[in-house]
Design a protein around this ligand. Structure first.
Ligand SMILES: Cc1ncc(COP(=O)(O)O)c(C=O)c1O
Length: 371
């Protein structure tokens, strides 16, 4: 049987990329804010309708730079334990103290009520994640931040192309970042971007990402690092962006097919969407951890390899106590099923037939937070 992985990296027609590679060979401009870097940023501005952004080498660097640009380094930051480890890694790398607030069991995003409960005089910022591209409660978070004078950083690694209340999700917070790594809906193999409300913040981001040098990249003005996006990545981003609208529509149809084929399965439920998403993930929450384990085993027998995004809850890794029970419970029971530009409707049917049959054999047990 053809193996089905959680995702398969989208690659455009080879010739299209070769055309841009030819230009790189002609100019010998391979990095340092080259023409493709500048064009990619221009195209991203047009696509998102946001005016202040900068591309960087990857999403992890984008998060680290955000912490420096907003002067949050070394401080207490309220964040979610239900995310890719990079969200917490960046805090720890930058000597911040992650304070975990629990998630909403429906949306799987950080719960604003839980954020408020965790605020102390030491809290400097909120680092929230649009999990699987599902928009956070941006109004409630903005309200809490304003009342407590906190900075807000959004980890939008999963959220390229997502709109929230009619505008790009990256228009919210003091800084928003995204990732363009090879598993993302829009990718540059490795890459990332930061979005700000004003030009000054982006000027600072650029300095931090370019050795702390001035705008002409000549004179060292401050501390910085090397977080450049290279021309090879920017060129691929330019091409992949052309394919994105069709890709989102295709994945949406696959997502809806999954929902309809799993609709009668009483042992599963889905993320509650708060708005538009980009359909890059197919998360399914099982009735119990045992049921999830059973499904993983049976799918593997059929060469189907979902991923335990996200397991474990990061509190179990980076904290000495578990206070976020919803996140732990969901992390135990969730799987992301295969989703990619190359998945066919027949593939979705094959996955769902296996999941439904396996769930039918699972004992009913659980559960603390509803299904
Ligand atoms: C939620 C989240 N944040 C941050 C990152 C880090 O992005 P990158 O892999 O581009 O460093 C990821 C990566 O996959 C992610 O899923």
């Amino acid at each position: 049987m053809k193996p089905l992985y959680v995702t398969k990296t989208f690659l455009p027609p080879f010739e299209e990329y070769c055309e841009l590679l030819r230009q790189i060979w002609d100019t010998h401009l391979v990095t340092n804010d080259g023409p493709f870097y500048q064009e990619f940023e221009k195209k991203l501005k047009e696509y998102t309708k946001l005016g202040h952004l900068a591309c960087v080498g990857n999403g992890t660097l984008a998060l680290q730079i955000a912490l420096h640009a907003l002067e949050i380094v070394g401080k207490d930051v309220i964040t979610t334990p239900f995310t890719h480890v990079s969200t917490s890694n960046c805090l720890i790398w930058e000597r911040c103290h992650p304070v975990y607030a629990d998630i909403d069991p429906g949306t799987l995003n950080i719960d604003p009520v839980q954020i408020e409960a965790k605020i102390t005089p030491r809290t400097a910022a909120i680092l929230a994640v649009h999990v699987y591209g599902n928009p956070c409660d941006v109004d409630a978070i903005a309200d809490i931040a304003a009342r407590h004078r906190l900075k807000v950083v959004y980890d939008g690694a999963h959220a390229f192309g997502v709109l929230c209340k009619g505008r790009s999700i990256f228009g919210y917070g003091d800084l928003s970042m995204t990732s363009f790594n090879a598993t993302k809906g829009l990718h540059t193999v490795e890459g990332g971007a930061l979005f700000a409300k004003d030009a000054e913040t982006i000027r600072q981001v650029r300095k931090l990402a370019y050795f702390g040098m001035d705008e002409r990249k000549q004179i060292v003005q401050q501390w910085g690092m090397n977080a450049k996006m290279i021309e090879f990545c920017a060129a691929l981003g330019i091409i992949n962006l052309r394919y994105l609208p069709a890709s989102i529509q295709r994945r949406k149809a696959l997502y809806e097919r999954y929902l309809s084929l799993l609709a009668q399965n009483e042992k599963v439920r889905f993320q509650k969407l708060t708005g538009d998403i980009n359909y890059s993930y197919m998360p399914v929450i099982f009735e119990s951890r045992e049921c999830k384990r059973h499904v993983l085993k049976e799918l593997a027998k059929d060469s189907i390899y979902p991923r335990e995004y996200f397991y474990p809850s990061l509190e179990a890794v980076f904290s000495d106590r578990i206070e976020c029970e919803v996140a732990s419970d969901i992390a135990d029971r969730i799987l992301c099923l295969p989703m990619s530009d190359y998945l066919s409707m027949e593939d979705v049917e094959r996955v769902c037939a296996n999941v439904n049959e396996t769930c039918g054999k699972c004992e009913g047990v659980h559960t603390a937070h509803g299904l």
